[in-house]
Ligand binder design. Structure first.
Ligand SMILES: [Zn+2]
Length: 65
């Protein structure tokens, strides 16, 4: 199952913490700004949750700690 709703982990979007990787809006403060942003943008929050689920599925138990 492949989702095209979120960028791949290799996407350039993830290398730019100033922008939301889902909608491309400029964030105020990198990681913290992103958390605030998805709080206000349910669509991005949904995509972020789906992305995290994808990571978990892709990586299996390799992400310890
Ligand atoms: Zn967004």
């Amino acid at each position: 199952m492949t989702s095209k709703d979120h960028p791949s982990r290799e996407s350039d979007n993830w290398a730019n913490p100033d922008l939301c990787p889902f909608c491309g809006v400029r964030l105020e403060d990198g990681g913290a700004g992103f958390m605030n942003h998805i709080d206000e943008a349910p669509v991005c929050n949904d995509r972020f949750e789906a992305w995290k689920e994808g990571i978990r599925g892709d990586m299996g138990g390799e992400w310890g700690g």
